[in-house]
Unconditional design. Structure first.
Ligand SMILES: N[C@H](CCC[C@H](N)C(=O)O)C(=O)O
Length: 285
């Protein structure tokens, strides 16, 4: 099969974007892994499939597949911004405010005049069964108005993580320095921790000031990425609830800057950042 694709990136988190608005795409997890493979395929952290929505009043549906595992997942923040750039640049819509269905939520996306995209990522979810997180055998430590859960990462080391969902699961911890955080070692251990029945994205946050953090994320099904949009949202929400951050925070990931705003409670998290088309091409699958 000949497949046309668009390669995009948002703060270095990179994507293969496929247009399935004219005819459905039915690829296998192995084919998604091949598209994501940086040697045998195109190479991407995630593959985004854009479809027309069947929901009245909603413009599109977009599906997200992790490039490493080929698994379909619930949410992708950086991908949402690239999705807006994609549908606008291909002339699939001329709207500046676009409503899109994902696996488990409805997102409202806004293209700013400066070319950046603001995404309403919905409200964070703290109910443990909805993350999902099974705390069996663990006793949390209360800190601020949040509980931190002690995860055993081997060699007698415990990582205290905040657990929440942005539609997808996140375990966020505060570190002194992201440059020296054991992301490559602790990341995969946290990702596969048995208390997360659907695995988890592992965030490592360094607080620079009350309005500025540095962040590295070891992503579920993709490994460490240069940026993680939902991870940035989860880290800022956790930092605010820990009493460490104000309501508007610049998040410096290794691939670029995202700006996250959250007013607390059940208000929605807003994320603003770049979305860039890198190249277009065709691949034989
Ligand atoms: N690896 C994530 C999906 C992509 C999230 C990330 N790329 C973002 O920008 O939010 C997961 O399995 O939940």
């Amino acid at each position: 099969m000949q497949l046309r694709f668009t390669k995009m990136q948002g703060a270095g988190n990179d994507f293969v974007v496929l247009d399935a608005t004219q005819q459905p795409l039915d690829l296998t997890p192995e084919q998604y892994r091949q598209l994501g493979d940086r040697r045998f395929g195109i190479g991407a952290d995630q593959i985004l499939v854009v479809e027309k929505s069947r929901t009245p009043g909603v413009d599109f549906r977009y599906r997200i597949f992790n490039g490493g595992s080929g698994d379909e997942v619930e949410q992708c923040g950086n991908g949402a911004r690239c999705f807006v750039r994609f549908v606008r640049d291909r002339g699939l819509t001329d709207k500046k405010v676009i409503r899109v269905d994902t696996m488990n939520t409805l997102l409202e996306l806004r293209l700013q005049d400066d070319g950046r995209v603001t995404v309403d990522m919905g409200a964070p979810i703290f109910e443990l069964p909805q993350v999902p997180f099974d705390p069996q055998g663990l006793s949390p430590r209360r800190h601020g108005d949040i509980e931190l859960w002690p995860l055993d990462v081997g060699d007698g080391v415990i990582d205290d993580v905040a657990v929440l969902s942005m539609g997808n699961p996140h375990a966020v911890q505060v570190v002194d320095s992201v440059d020296h955080a054991p992301v490559e070692v602790h990341g995969p251990l946290i990702e596969a921790d048995p208390h997360f029945p659907r695995k988890v994205n592992a965030g490592f946050m360094q607080v620079v000031s009350r309005s500025h953090i540095r962040l590295r994320v070891y992503e579920r099904g993709a490994g460490e990425t240069l940026a993680c949009g939902t991870g940035a949202c989860a880290a800022v929400v956790a930092g605010i609830r820990l009493g460490l951050l104000d309501k508007r925070v610049d998040v410096d990931a290794r691939g670029g800057r995202l700006t996250i705003e959250w007013q607390g409670g059940d208000s929605h998290v807003l994320m603003t950042g770049p979305a860039v088309t890198v190249f277009e091409g065709e691949i034989s699958l």
